[in-house]
Design a protein around this ligand. Structure first.
Ligand SMILES: NC(=O)c1ccc[n+]([C@@H]2O[C@H](COP(=O)([O-])OP(=O)(O)OC[C@H]3O[C@@H](n4cnc5c(N)ncnc54)[C@H](OP(=O)(O)O)[C@@H]3O)[C@@H](O)[C@H]2O)c1
Length: 285
């Protein structure tokens, strides 16, 4: 990678940022296409976010990704939003278009990418149990609304957030309200929901249960369990789901997919899928 007066600068805003794989992923893409671009992590504290956003046009930074805790708070600081960002009221990618800042949410595409890559197309519409109602769960729900769905069951610790997500999906006409059910995040309700699900998505930032304590038949053999976490590559939820005889998929493809779309938003060029994937696979053990 050569750096000179013509280098275009991209980056990541978050707090912390040290753990992020985005610099590795995006720089691998830039190098692969021979672009004179570079991507840097910027640790931005919540109280400095507004100053940092204002600095993007001032410093001629071409684009940024956004991670916790800024995905929602950056939303009102931008000039324009994509359809997904407007739905989620959350942004993970910003493009500086001649001083106007447009926010995108590429987690939606990331989850669709995972589904396309890892799931066999089925004739029957899916019944999905979604664990969580935070930012990632919302992106998953928006993405799922493009797939044929029989039923979406949302379970969250804070029931209000799950009900708000269900209402949002129907008010935006993404899914009909009769097809979306909200249940408590407890053993009895989950058992009933999971037994009839063909896909279960774990979109929680930590585990509410020791999954291995749930013995007996919980999941059918044609069910697929997805955990959005990716490092380490397996999780207690996926280990338990596999012990029930189902397929288990981690969130690495979602991370890859969201990065591919961000790359294309940043550069206007087709992302080098395999080279960017290789960079991720070397980093995640
Ligand atoms: N693969 C990818 O590309 C990708 C992308 C985005 C996120 N993720 C992963 O997805 C997960 C969720 O991220 P997020 O951005 O949605 O976070 P978030 O907005 O903070 O949401 C966290 C979710 O976890 C629930 N939760 C947290 N601690 C809990 C506990 N002890 N018991 C029960 N529920 C608990 C929250 O419930 P309440 O609403 O009750 O607080 C909420 O539903 C994280 O592990 C993140 O790393 C992966």
């Amino acid at each position: 990678m050569k750096l000179d007066g013509k280098t275009r600068v991209f980056g990541l805003f978050g707090d912390p940022v040290e753990h992020s794989l985005s610099p590795l992923l995006q720089n691998a893409g830039f190098i692969s296409l021979g672009l004179n671009y570079c991507y840097l992590p910027f640790r931005v504290s919540p109280e400095k976010l507004q100053d940092a956003v204002r600095a993007l046009p001032a410093l001629n930074i071409s684009g940024i990704n956004v991670t916790a805790p800024h995905k929602e708070t950056i939303f009102p600081l931008l000039d324009e939003h994509s359809e997904e960002a407007l739905f989620l009221k959350a942004v993970n990618t910003v493009r500086n278009e001649n001083g106007r800042l447009k926010g995108y949410n590429t987690d939606v595409f990331g989850f669709s990418f995972l589904m396309e890559r890892k799931m066999q197309r089925k004739k029957e519409p899916e019944t999905v149990t979604l664990l969580g109602a935070g930012g990632a769960a919302k992106a998953v729900a928006f993405s799922l609304s493009y797939f044929p769905l029989k039923e979406l069951i949302i379970a969250n610790r804070t029931g209000r957030k799950a009900r708000e997500l269900a209402e949002l999906l129907s008010s935006e006409q993404r899914l009909s309200r009769e097809n979306v059910h909200v249940i408590p995040l407890d053993e009895t309700a989950l058992h009933a929901a999971m037994k009839r699900s063909t896909i279960i998505v774990h979109a929680l930032s930590s585990d509410p249960f020791a999954w291995s304590q749930f013995s007996g038949e919980w999941l059918s053999s044609d069910c697929t369990a997805i955990d959005l976490r990716y490092s380490p590559r397996t999780t207690p939820f996926l280990d338990w789901a596999r012990s029930q005889g189902t397929a288990g998929i981690n969130g690495l493809d979602m991370l890859h997919g969201q990065g591919l779309q961000a790359f294309e938003i940043f550069t206007g060029k087709e992302a080098p899928v395999l080279e960017m994937e290789r960079a991720l696979l070397t980093a995640v053990k």
